[in-house]
Design a protein around this ligand. Sequence first.
Ligand code: 5GP
Ligand code: ZN
Length: 114
Amino acid sequence: MNECLFCRIAAGSIPADIIHEDDEFLAFRDINPQAPTHFLVIPRSHIAALSDLSAEHADTMGRLAVTASRVARDEGLDQRGYRWVVNCGEDGCQTVPHLHLHVLGGRPLGWPPG
Ligand code: 5GP
Ligand code: ZN
């Protein structure tokens, strides 16, 4: 059995509040939201972290960006704006080792991040 939490969500063996899914990507609400709207966009294929990317991932990452933009629009975030975050590794505060893009919006967000 795949031990990766987000692979298991993608496979449907762990429930999640899914707001978009297609052949390649899944978007679902974060279980511990940090903003009124906070969802994660993941590739179904397992990529552990940003630091593992290579040229073969370029098209996937491009389509992931387009998908996240479309879902943000569907969630009504495009008028006021929103933020994307991808945490990587220990210093980046990554806790789930399956690449995921956070989309946060629905309130003014502080800058710089802590
Ligand atoms: P990271 O810290 O790796 O950038 O983000 C992991 C995110 O996944 C966190 O914001 C955390 O709240 C979320 N998360 C962890 N476990 C689950 C889960 O089982 N379901 C959902 N929907 N989100 C989760
Ligand atoms: Zn995975």
